[in-house]
Design a protein around this ligand. Structure first.
Ligand SMILES: *[C@@H]1O[C@H](CO)[C@@H](O)[C@H](O)[C@H]1NC(C)=O
Ligand SMILES: *[C@@H]1O[C@H](CO)[C@@H](O)[C@H](O)[C@H]1NC(C)=O
Ligand SMILES: *[C@@H]1O[C@H](CO)[C@@H](O)[C@H](O)[C@H]1NC(C)=O
Length: 277
């Protein structure tokens, strides 16, 4: 546990075929939404990571920020902090429900307003409320995560995005202020067994219901506890949103034990995933 030095900033590239399936002349793109993980979508220029900081003045941190995420964590440069308290995750014992949503860039699970899921402890000085669970994956095994450990990527990364509910009323206000967000990342490998929580979210039947951008599918009776390994440590550092506007207000908490899922292959069609780097 401790600070990990940002060494390089690979960005996981997750693109869905449906995103650009119908290239057509339409209204001018919303400048707040005019970004991608890849510069070229179906022949149209859409700014990829190297351009994010250049195309929108509000996103300048993407280019000039000094605490940009993701990072490649070099374990030999991580310091152990024996005084960090344990992380506290709380669902109030209730099952989760919410909407699985194809954002056009990610598979997201958006929890319903109740029950509130909180995280506190560890490096967090405030209680943070879960706002989104985001899945990033790549077309190749070992190349879907945003963060890397010792230059090694993982097949996927699950990001639990929380906002500081003691200082802010919602995610967008928190993402513009200090101590705004806490993101817990879990890394995923393709292996012989499947994490039960991810199996509920990402089985073929569920995923085929959100094949296209803006498709949504309601899920309930989810036990978030089942997402986490039985025991784990974590690596924490102060970083940024890994998407525009790249605000440097995120306490990242990277869980040090990877999860398994039997396959991500069936997620590729109809969703095209790009490999990072
Ligand atoms: C989450 O935190 C809020 C504010 O601190 C608190 O009111 C609520 O009881 C907490 N919920 C759970 C399930 O811990
Ligand atoms: C978020 O909070 C801010 C400041 O409290 C408020 O102005 C804004 O309307 C809220 N946004 C949403 C989407 O609720
Ligand atoms: C993931 O799979 C690997 C290899 O099959 C195994 O050693 C490991 O214990 C599994 N991890 C979990 C959390 O089940």
């Amino acid at each position: 546990m401790g600070a990990a030095a940002p060494l390089s900033a690979p960005r996981a590239l997750v693109l869905w075929a449906a995103l650009g399936a119908a290239a057509h002349i339409g209204p001018a793109p919303d400048p707040e939404d005019w970004w991608s993980y890849k510069d070229n979508l179906q022949g149209n220029f859409v700014p990829g990571p190297p351009f994010w900081g250049l195309v929108n003045a509000a996103w300048s941190l993407c280019a000039v920020g000094k605490r940009q995420s993701p990072v490649d964590v070099e374990l030999k440069r991580v310091l152990y902090d024996p005084f960090l308290p344990p992380l506290r995750l709380s669902t109030g014992g209730e099952k989760l429900r919410g909407t699985l949503y194809n954002t056009g860039r990610h598979v997201s699970f958006l929890p319903a307003a109740r029950p509130v899921v909180n995280v506190s402890g560890g490096p967090l000085l405030y209680s943070h409320r879960l706002s989104e669970l985001r899945l990033l994956f790549g077309a190749r095994d070992g190349a879907g995560s945003e963060h890397q450990i010792n230059h090694q990527g993982f097949s996927a990364e699950v990001q639990l995005i929380h906002f500081n509910q003691e200082l802010y009323g919602n995610l967008s206000a928190a993402s513009r202020g200090p101590n705004g967000l806490a993101i817990l990342s879990l890394f995923v490998n393709v292996a012989g067994s499947s994490n039960p929580f991810l199996s509920r979210l990402l089985n073929r039947d569920t995923i085929t219901r959100i094949s296209y951008k803006n498709d949504a599918y309601f899920l309930q009776d989810l036990s978030l506890e089942l997402l986490f390994p039985e025991s784990f440590g974590f690596i924490t550092y102060q970083g940024s949103l890994s998407t525009p506007p790249c605000s440097e207000t995120v306490t990242w908490i990277l869980i040090d034990r990877a999860l398994n899922i039997t396959s991500l292959q069936w997620m590729v069609p109809p969703m095209v995933a790009e490999t990072p780097h």
